[in-house]
Ligand binder design. Structure first.
Ligand SMILES: [Zn+2]
Length: 471
């Protein structure tokens, strides 16, 4: 699968299905050698890199951005030790320590790998073979062009590991009690209605934890986690989790990810170092260690969303749904992809934002859909920020294409200063919700971003948290 940088669309460039003579899919789906697997791709890329291509009579040149993979796929493609090997880190030369039958990384990172140190195989123990990787023949940097994927490493990796430690490990100093777990489930259900319409999945109970998807761990880490954990985890572990929350929010933000990259780096280093004594060395494995390297990939590629596997996993899920039977899998996939691409060609008309929805009387509208978010006069889509002030939307009007947003300010908000470095994120809190009587008028261009509002009956805190792009 591939995508063009800064575009969300994913397209298929090749598909490998391990099948028998009748075309029936075999359960063993991994090819034996990565260079055999890569050969058709590298052959095509060689031509494209040299000659570019024509589309609609326009000439295009191409360059390769990054290879987005989970850690087993990265290890396979690069022919390096898997995440259970001593020298498995694809970014640094740190030798792992065997501890309680796991390879762990309790100490600080060692010297960093470079594309040339990889090519020269300076640390032989890192490589499975001394053969040249085919990607190097088209000048792919096998270290810098293989960023760490945040969906697998942070959401399905460290965040899932933490939630499981709290709820599944019993009788540990960090274990949550039965009543705390029940409260967590209940609060997740309450917050369901407070997640805005941009979220494809809303929180589920802890009983369904084994079925939580990556997007659910992402919204727990970036949004609801710090709110629902504040009265459950002890102070040290709560602050520890918040470091991961703040750092990931910084690295997911299109501008803050570079501006405060150093803050995120510091927070993640502290998070990984503290993990050892808060939970135990046996849990500081490959994913946890990889957090220390995330900042570098962000400096090269932009926010975590620019090089995460989310959109590819989504495409893969859609693709898998098209397979109706176990035989002729490749033909089925190919037919569906061709059908879909012809439909997309017919529908090249792109929607022009903003779109007004639900006309009411007196030139007012129920909602407005912008490119990145939806606003309406009803919760949970009615909070936004202008010049570091949070507003509650009351009315949307449009007269002769002149769209106006009317709203009242939320007063007495305090910027979250829980972590000395968290102020950069513009998360606001108050113990007493106070809304101005004055209605103010805005244009859409005034709005800096949409906000989510969390409040659970019985909690003292009301929390306003900015919506990040790509939920
Ligand atoms: Zn490393």
């Amino acid at each position: 699968m591939m995508s063009v940088s800064n575009y969300e669309d994913v397209f298929l460039v090749g598909c490998y299905v391990n099948s028998d003579a009748e075309g029936v899919r075999s359960p063993k789906t991994k090819p034996e050698a990565s260079n055999i697997f890569l050969q058709p791709l590298v052959d095509d890329l060689k031509v494209l890199l040299q000659q570019g291509f024509y589309y609609d009579e326009n000439a295009f040149s191409i360059s390769i951005g990054a290879f987005v993979c989970d850690s087993p796929a990265r290890a396979f493609i690069l022919n390096i030790k898997s995440h259970s090997g001593y020298y498995c880190c694809s970014k640094c030369t740190h030798r792992g320590e065997r501890y309680m039958r796991k390879i762990t990384f309790p100490s600080n990172a060692a010297s960093m790998r470079t594309d040339s140190s990889f090519k020269e195989k300076l640390q032989k123990e890192h490589h499975l073979t001394l053969d040249q990787n085919l990607l190097e023949t088209i000048n792919v940097g096998c270290v810098t062009q293989f960023p760490i994927d945040y969906m697998h490493c942070v959401c399905l990796g460290v965040t899932r590991q933490l939630v499981k430690l709290w709820v599944k490990n019993k009788n540990e100093s960090y274990s949550l009690s039965k009543s705390q777990i029940e409260n967590l489930s209940f609060e997740n259900i309450v917050l369901k209605k407070q997640f805005s319409s941009e979220f494809p999945r809303v929180p589920r109970t802890i009983d369904e934890l084994d079925r939580w998807k990556a997007t659910e761990y992402r919204s727990f880490l970036l949004y609801s986690g710090p709110y629902v954990l504040q009265n459950k985890l002890d102070e040290k572990r709560y602050r520890h989790f918040c470091k991961l929350h703040f750092a990931t929010r910084i690295l997911c933000h299109p501008e803050l990810c570079c501006q405060f990259n150093n803050v995120a780096k510091e927070l993640l280093e502290e998070f990984v170092n503290d993990f050892v004594y808060l939970y135990g060395q046996e849990f500081v494995t490959y994913n946890c260690h990889s957090l220390k390297h995330l900042y570098g990939d962000v400096l090269k590629y932009g926010s975590l969303n620019h090089f995460s596997a989310f959109k590819y996993e989504n495409y893969l899920y859609q693709l898998k749904k098209t397979i109706k039977k176990g035989s002729n899998v490749l033909a089925q996939i190919s037919n569906r992809v061709i059908e879909k691409s012809s439909i997309i060609k017919q529908e090249t008309r792109r929607e022009l934002f903003p779109i007004l929805k639900g006309a009411l009387k007196d030139n007012t509208f129920r909602a407005i859909i912008c490119e990145l978010f939806k606003l309406s006069a009803r919760p949970p889509d009615n909070y936004f920020c202008v010049n570091k002030r949070v507003y509650i939307l009351t009315k949307i009007t449009a007269i002769n294409n002149d769209i106006c947003i009317f709203a009242k300010e939320v007063k007495n908000l305090q910027r979250n200063d829980f972590e000395s470095r968290s102020w950069v994120l513009n998360i606001y809190e108050t113990n007493c919700l106070l809304i101005s009587d004055n209605e103010e008028k805005f244009n859409l261009t005034n709005i800096d971003c949409k906000y989510l509002y969390f409040y659970i009956e019985g909690y003292s805190k009301h929390c306003f948290i900015p919506l990040l792009k790509n939920e």
